[in-house]
Design a protein around this ligand. Structure first.
Ligand SMILES: NC(=O)c1ccc[n+]([C@@H]2O[C@H](COP(=O)([O-])OP(=O)(O)OC[C@H]3O[C@@H](n4cnc5c(N)ncnc54)[C@H](OP(=O)(O)O)[C@@H]3O)[C@@H](O)[C@H]2O)c1
Length: 312
């Protein structure tokens, strides 16, 4: 392995000995079932070993099939994979956490899950409807529960042994602290939107000082145009280092110490997005100096996912 290749294989140790997360991860937010299965297989072939799933994506079964096939074919071992899934907003009531976790685990066909995240800090009306709405179309929130109530049930999953680590997603630094301080089992990972237009430096600093991993989603700005992929600084660095803008953005994320998720849907894209190399320090500095600030995903304001079609 060349020194410059090591970035794509970087592993980030999780607190309390709960394993190592490959920094470069494959995100499974893909609406179509067949595309999910093919993209997951393509990602495995390209070298991805970290998979980010969610009950809300409604495709855990297809991810599970692709992973099971690769394990049965002998091309990968379960212990070399790192698989995350997430608890959705309608399952925040403590008594709903374990059943939701077990359902995800069964759909993924896994004996254990490496990481389970509370998908957003918003509790929705408990029940089987992932998107409960009133007559006016407004989300029905569950006011009778705190994030810490849900966290206690997450801790019990780790005690049960089928879940190696737990964490949060789409939280602010204040919400992270609110759970971190009283938690018996501390969050190991915090998943938030992050790219050069939203570096999340305060959360990253908190994570670094407290032994958490910050896991960046939307590293390419969800592909929204104009966005980070069209930024002239990124384009000029890509030309200089002979990489694509996507590879530069993914490398920047890993090199600054975060884990990162990307969602290549074709084998070519999977190979491209896995093939990242270390950037020279002046390139890192130029990206760190980008002043544009933009959040592309508004889930942190309401708990309503920006990119998932509504279906009951
Ligand atoms: N916690 C949360 O609330 C949350 C929210 C959103 C996402 N996530 C997780 O984060 C993962 C990553 O999010 P994301 O995929 O939206 O982020 P992203 O990588 O910023 O955006 C994906 C977009 O980038 C494009 N793209 C991918 N590779 C490219 C390349 N090499 N060159 C040019 N364009 C490229 C894709 O195009 P095509 O459409 O052509 O493929 C797609 O439009 C998701 O799969 C999910 O696991 C979590």
């Amino acid at each position: 392995m060349k020194q410059s290749d090591s970035l794509k294989y970087r592993g980030l140790p999780l607190r309390e000995g709960s394993g190592t997360m490959p920094a470069l991860g494959f995100g499974t937010l893909i609406p179509d079932a067949t595309e999910t299965r093919n993209a997951t297989s393509g990602a495995l072939e390209a070298g991805f070993r970290h998979f980010d799933c969610a009950e809300r994506y409604r495709n855990e079964e297809q991810v599970g099939v692709a992973i099971r096939e690769a394990i049965q074919a002998g091309s990968v071992k379960r212990e070399d994979l790192f698989i995350t899934t997430k608890l959705w907003n309608n399952n925040h009531r403590p008594e709903r956490v374990q059943p939701a976790f077990e359902s995800s685990r069964n759909r993924l066909q896994l004996d254990y899950v490496d990481l389970y995240l509370i998908h957003t800090p918003y509790a929705f009306q408990p029940g089987d409807n992932q998107d409960p709405r009133d007559q006016n179309g407004n989300v029905i929130y569950d006011k009778g529960i705190t994030l810490m109530d849900t966290w206690r049930a997450m801790e019990a999953l780790v005690d049960g042994g089928k879940c190696k680590a737990i964490g949060l997603s789409d939280v602010s630094l204040d919400q992270l602290r609110e759970v971190f301080e009283p938690a018996r089992i501390k969050p190991a990972v915090v998943q938030v939107e992050s790219h050069p237009y939203l570096p999340q430096s305060e959360i990253l600093e908190f994570c670094t000082s407290n032994g958490l991993v910050m896991l960046a989603f939307a590293p390419l700005g969800h592909g929204i145009k104009p966005g980070v992929l069209e930024n002239p600084v990124i384009i000029s660095i890509a030309q200089r280092v002979n990489k694509t803008p996507a590879q530069v953005l993914l490398a920047w994320a890993v090199q600054r110490g975060t884990a990162v998720l990307t969602t290549p849907k074709t084998p070519d894209r999977a190979r491209e997005n896995f093939d990242i190399s270390a950037l020279p320090s002046d390139a890192m500095e130029e990206i760190n100096a980008v002043q544009t600030r933009q959040r592309f995903n508004l889930v942190t304001g309401t708990g309503i996912p920006g990119f998932i079609a509504r279906r009951g």
